[in-house]
Design a binder for this molecule. Structure first.
Ligand code: B12
Ligand code: SF4
Ligand code: SF4
Length: 257
């Protein structure tokens, strides 16, 4: 059976969890129609890689980010190998979705709506359920999974959904969010999260450039020597450089313990 062959190939590569959703079961109101990506799409295979516990729990956000980069690089290689395996074995086409890309940076999406919603795909593929923090909680790995996916033309049925509430509504995620981005149920306030979690993201870069532009050449030299410029420079090659993982780190749900 193709589902089990695909799952086995993925697990043998080292992917932690593999789930399947038929395209009819994938529902994400705000995301684009997946047929605009792969016209004959019939299913989505969703992959989860666990994050590194020591890094996630570290107070050093550079270490936490380093572990995220490891997950992103590993899941990217695995996604390429999975795509090649499925295309060769089943003589079909696939379209890969990385952890934070494809992501339209222009209006109206403005970098806040992925071309495929990996959380909604993961839920439809039986890999977990939404928690109070608006992240997907997996029965074994809790909130500590990073997702990627492959759209495929194979008519694969969905895996059974997780029906129980995995979140215990302890509110720790809400209380420990430094941006107060989770105060409203079922909604992450994007800009409040971004301000704290990506201080050297696009908002930080805008502010810095605006301050720089109004200055004399001598003052510009002083602005260039600010430590903030060095962090912006570093973030420019790291990509989305996160400085907050609290909502994942504090969540007590962990089926491994
Ligand atoms: C853009 C984006 C962001 C933006 C906007 C987030 C947002 N509002 O969706 C910002 C920068 C703020 C962000 C922050 C974070 N992100 Co982000 N992000 C994405 C990205 C690229 C696209 C998300 C998207 O399309 N959203 C728009 C639409 C689809 O969302 P929506 O329909 O409006 O749904 C929202 C609510 O309605 C609610 N919701 C929807 N249905 C339901 C149902 C129930 C029952 C409930 C309770 C809630 C709920 O959840 C959403 C939150 O606003 C995805 C990767 C991807 N391609 O999916 C990663 C992704 C969602 N991010 C992720 C993570 C881990 C984070 C951060 C922890 C940052 C970090 N340090 O890593 C924070 C957590 C914020 C939080 N608690 O919600 C993970 C989540 C993994 C997981 N286990 O769930 C993803 C899947 C990346 C990945 N590859 O694993 N992110
Ligand atoms: S990543 Fe940080 S700022 Fe963003 S929602 Fe989670 S706890 Fe709040
Ligand atoms: S920290 Fe508590 S309230 Fe938040 S998602 Fe986890 S179990 Fe649910």
């Amino acid at each position: 059976m193709s589902k089990e062959n695909i799952r086995k190939y993925g697990l043998d590569l080292g992917i932690d969890v593999v789930g399947f959703t038929s395209i009819e079961d994938y529902r994400s109101e705000r995301s684009p129609d997946p047929r605009t990506i792969l016209p004959d799409v019939k299913s989505i295979v969703v992959f989860g890689h666990r994050m590194i516990d020591g890094a996630l729990d570290s107070k050093n956000m550079r270490v936490a980010m380093m572990a995220r980069m490891g997950v992103m690089d590993t899941s990217k290689s695995h996604l390429y190998l999975m795509a090649r395996f499925i295309e060769d074995k089943y003589k079909t086409k696939t379209a890969p979705v990385l952890s934070s890309y494809p992501l339209d940076m222009e209006a109206p999406a403005m970098g806040l709506i992925g071309d495929v919603s990996l959380r909604h795909a993961a839920v439809s593929a039986g890999l977990g359920a939404f928690g109070r923090h608006n992240l997907v909680i997996h029965p074994r790995y809790g909130s500590r999974l990073s997702f990627t996916a492959l759209l495929t033309e194979l008519p694969l049925p969905s895996d059974p959904p997780v029906t129980e509430d995995l979140c215990n509504f302890c509110n720790l995620c809400v209380e420990s969010c430094p941006g107060r981005a989770l105060d409203t149920e079922k909604r992450t306030e994007d800009l409040k999260c971004l301000r704290v979690s990506q201080p050297y993201g696009i908002g930080g870069a805008f502010g810095y450039i605006r301050r720089f532009l109004g200055k004399s050449p001598e003052e510009q030299l002083t602005v260039l020597k600010e430590p903030r410029f060095m962090s912006l420079y570093q973030a420019s090659f790291i990509g989305f450089h996160y400085h907050c993982f609290n909502c994942i780190a504090v969540c007590p749900i962990d089926g491994r313990k």
